[in-house]
Design a protein around this ligand. Structure first.
Ligand SMILES: [Zn+2]
Length: 252
């Protein structure tokens, strides 16, 4: 754990930055009751065992999904559940946006917690539950159209008989256009804030790493990452505890 940072120095950095780009991963949501995806007791393993999947990631394999969409919708039930509430860190980012300090929130998460916390400038680079598409006729649906099925863990079907798939990016699928436009034309940045990501999932992580090369940056992650040396500050502690220290002392 490398926590030899000067808190006041970081608070000053937040105070003077007016174009903060935030990049978040699963670690920001672990205090919200979402079981970690990949751990031995994670959501993947749980669903994989229940459905006897060949391997846990099969939940997000498009070919597997077409044959058996049930595991994915079982997992989705947890994701769209109203029980899941934003963490202090989500609310802190929403507070910064309210104070006009955020240029973009790029998230790898599909739990919609940034929006629930009040952020508007969000790009969900691994897709979203807010829209869905029929795999057969490509008819578009909104979350409202399929919310009832999702909450029950049932498979929603289109009038044409096709499965309606939420626009979540599955393995081997292209990331959404709004990811690539932000990647090609990054917003004005004076501070990069990475929270709860080990920066291993590409191409999403490259968005953050390319900004880290050029700007002041803070990486808050419970564990060390391979890319720690690219960041101005590396903070290995609980994200909520760290954000509370900033929020309690920041003058904006
Ligand atoms: Zn259809």
């Amino acid at each position: 754990m490398s926590n030899n940072y000067n808190l006041q120095e970081i608070i000053n950095l937040f105070e003077k930055s007016n174009n903060i780009v935030v990049f978040t991963g699963a670690g920001i949501s672990t205090n919200c009751g979402i079981p970690d995806f990949r751990g031995a007791n994670g959501l993947y393993s749980f669903v994989a065992k229940k459905y006897n999947l060949p391997f846990p990631e099969a939940v997000f394999e498009i070919n597997y999904f077409k044959e058996n969409p049930k595991p994915f919708f079982d997992l989705s039930k947890e994701m769209v559940s109203a029980e899941i509430k934003p963490s202090l860190a989500h609310k802190f980012i929403a507070f910064l946006e309210e104070k006009c300090k955020i240029s973009l929130v790029m998230t790898q998460n599909i739990d919609m917690l940034h929006q629930k916390a009040g952020n508007k400038k969000v790009v969900e680079c691994h897709g979203t539950y807010s829209t869905a598409t029929c795999l057969n006729c490509r008819q578009k649906y909104s979350l409202l159209n399929i919310e009832e099925s999702l909450k029950k863990g049932e498979v929603p079907y289109c009038k044409c008989g096709g499965i309606i798939k939420p626009d979540i990016v599955f393995f081997g699928e292209q990331l959404p256009d709004n990811f690539f436009s932000a990647y090609r034309n990054p917003p004005k940045t004076d501070l990069l804030l990475v929270m709860g990501s080990s920066l291993t999932v590409q191409p999403a992580a490259n968005f953050a790493l390319s900004l880290a090369e050029k700007h002041k940056s803070i990486l808050i992650n419970f564990e060390k990452t391979y890319y720690d040396n690219m960041f101005t500050y590396v903070i290995n502690e609980d994200i909520d505890i760290f954000c509370k220290k900033i929020w309690d002392n920041i003058k904006i």
